[in-house]
Design a protein around this ligand. Structure first.
Ligand code: UTP
Length: 295
């Protein structure tokens, strides 16, 4: 069992999807480069990983998405100019997203065959150790970041851990859904997982949210490249198989979940994140109350 509690030092960011729900914004610009107030989604995700103690960041990218890597690489000309102009506040903003080549890894997914396939593409870079997966368009507004909360659970229980949140039962066909037992506080044991079930067949209204801590044995099942719902290679299907062999838990995190892969979630996130900024909140509040009077 101790073997299932090894420290998590690597995180995989599957960012090779097409982002069709946000077209035309995502026609050229990767969804993960769209910004929430001042930071691209991918930066929010990487900052969350850093806070949780991750040291190696593995991006699964597709053609045209190299800009996601560039965002975290040095920009000597920009730095030189900012230094010459004495813009030290801006320098510190750039400084903290400069990563060394050894910390930043990437692999290409040639075709968008599904989330399971994207994670499988990272197999060689992950190697034989447990790892985290973060979907950058699933954002959380919370005091302690979602992955850090999950790390607390992992240190106690080990095994595999998936972030979980309640969804309206009529929406289960949009999510991976848990069959759960033994709920204690914010954790439960996962008995089974079903991808996008019809509400009448859903085993619960607890859905998978885009944060995972997985043992490397998951790759054995992803190797099968089995197609599931929507003809895609689903991570949920591989996890459902791993459940029969290893401890598997759901973690109910604290915080507001915002689906930035959809238009409404993206707009809500702008407002929610801006209201958390002391320098912006007063203006946003007065603007919103003004607008609300007009509708
Ligand atoms: P989504 O289900 O949000 O798909 O993928 P998408 O392509 O990004 O967006 P829509 O639905 O067309 O609008 C969840 C995560 O899995 C990644 C996506 O980049 C996103 O972070 N993904 C999905 C891949 O990396 N590869 C895939 O083949 C599919």
């Amino acid at each position: 069992m101790e073997n299932l509690k090894r420290p998590i030092k690597k995180a995989v960011f599957p960012v090779a999807g097409l982002g069709t729900r946000l077209l035309p914004a995502t026609k050229v610009m990767p969804k993960e480069m769209l910004t929430i107030v001042d930071r691209p989604l991918i930066q929010l995700a990487v900052e969350e990983a850093c806070e949780a103690g991750i040291e190696e960041f593995i991006f699964v990218i597709s053609e045209g998405k190299d800009i996601l890597i560039q965002h975290f690489q040095e920009a000597p000309l920009l730095m030189e100019t900012l230094r010459a102009r004495g813009k030290y506040d801006q320098i510190s903003k750039i400084d903290k997203i400069n990563f060394s080549d050894s910390a930043l890894k990437f692999v290409r997914q040639d075709k968008p065959l599904g989330l399971g396939h994207a994670v499988w593409c990272a197999k060689d870079l992950v190697g034989n150790e447990p790892f985290a997966v973060i979907l950058p368009d699933d954002t959380v507004l919370s005091d302690e970041t979602c992955l850090k909360q999950m790390m607390g659970g992992y240190h106690k229980m080990g095994g595999n851990l998936i972030a979980s949140c309640e969804v309206p039962i009529q929406d289960t066909s949009r999510y991976g859904v848990f069959k759960m037992i033994d709920r204690k506080d914010n954790t439960f044991t996962v008995q089974d997982l079903v991808e996008k079930p019809d509400p009448s067949l859903a085993p619960s209204n607890m859905a998978i949210f885009g944060r995972y801590i997985l043992q490397p044995e998951i790759f054995g099942f992803l190797d099968e490249h089995e197609k599931g719902t929507g003809g895609e290679i689903q991570l949920t299907d591989a996890m459902a198989k791993l459940i029969r062999h290893q401890p598997f838990y759901g973690y109910i995190f604290e915080g507001e979940r915002l689906d930035c892969g959809s238009e409404i979630g993206f707009v809500k996130a702008q407002i929610a994140f801006a209201l958390k900024r002391p320098d912006l909140a007063p203006d946003i509040k007065s603007y919103m109350s003004q607008k609300l009077k007009e509708v």
